[in-house]
Write a protein that binds this ligand. Structure first.
Ligand SMILES: Nc1ncnc2c1ncn2[C@@H]1O[C@H](COP(=O)(O)OP(=O)(O)O)[C@@H](O)[C@H]1O
Ligand SMILES: [Mg+2]
Length: 247
């Protein structure tokens, strides 16, 4: 699939403009001509359109993301077929990525705490249904025009079996192959594989999952600055209890 031009049609969607591109997709603003509303469409980059693994990953992304319904997670509407490859249709978020926002100026603490807690809420909702995002970084956090966060890009997400569904299977499963590291170099502070490998998955999607995605939030808020990331992580924690008296 070549890069889409303005006005091009993909089924009943009309391309308006390119919104962004990551490692695994090109995302366009488009008009749904049937429902007469704007949507975001994610297609595979041209080199990946014929790649079976890339196509399967996109289908999996659609399935995992569509299991979630949360104000701080981009809503997945559909997966559709085109001549060359399937494409995703999702809620269009008018705004910018956290990455673009941070390139302008640092966030002040109240903004950071708000965005961090919204992303944490989103990830908690995902963890509750056994879904680990595994690629939390500033380009996968969208900010709406009024400054709210929406998590996007479940391309690397993984669903863990529930301990209640199958005890034996759960105990046997590890999050990734031994030694494998997922996420984006330089963005994910803690490798999920390292966090989880060797731990019984009974701990998932609890403490290990939360530690990992929380570390991602900290890194996403202040890319490439370990000192700042530590500060931002602190901003997500409840502050110290006020002391009754001062000495
Ligand atoms: N629903 C959306 N609304 C607006 N912009 C989006 C949306 N989804 C993605 N984008 C833009 O497209 C970029 C790439 O999308 P993403 O799903 O992260 O692709 P990749 O899997 O290639 O990383 C994002 O960083 C963002 O700029
Ligand atoms: Mg991305």
């Amino acid at each position: 699939m070549e890069q889409m031009e303005t006005g091009a049609r993909l089924g009943h969607y009309r391309i308006i403009e390119m919104l962004g591109a990551g490692g695994m997709g090109e995302v366009y603003r488009a008009e749904d001509l049937k429902l007469e509303r704007q949507v975001a469409i994610k297609i595979l980059p041209p080199w990946a359109a014929g790649d079976r693994v890339a196509v399967e990953r996109l289908v999996r992304e659609a399935k995992l993301a569509s299991a979630l319904n949360h104000p701080h997670i981009v809503t997945m509407y559909a997966i559709e077929d085109s001549d060359s490859a399937p494409f995703l249709v999702m809620e269009y978020v008018e705004g910018e990525t956290l990455r673009a926002r941070l390139q302008r100026s640092p966030l002040d603490l109240p903004e950071l705490a708000k965005i961090g807690s919204e992303v944490a809420d989103a990830l908690e909702a995902a963890h509750k249904v056994g879904l680990i995002h595994r690629d939390i970084k500033s380009s996968n956090i969208l900010l709406t025009k009024d400054g709210h966060a929406k998590v996007v890009d479940f391309g690397l997400a993984k669903r863990l079996p529930s301990i209640r569904d199958d005890k034996d299977a759960t105990a046997a499963v590890s999050l990734t192959a031994t030694g494998a590291v997922v996420g984006t170099a330089g963005s994910t502070t803690v490798s999920p594989a390292r966090e989880v490998r060797g731990s019984p998955t009974t701990a998932m999607p609890g403490s290990a999952a939360r530690r990992w995605d929380r570390a991602g939030i900290a890194a996403a808020s202040t890319p490439g600055r370990r000192r700042s990331a530590t500060i931002s992580r602190g901003a997500l924690k409840p502050g110290p209890k006020p002391s009754a008296s001062r000495s």
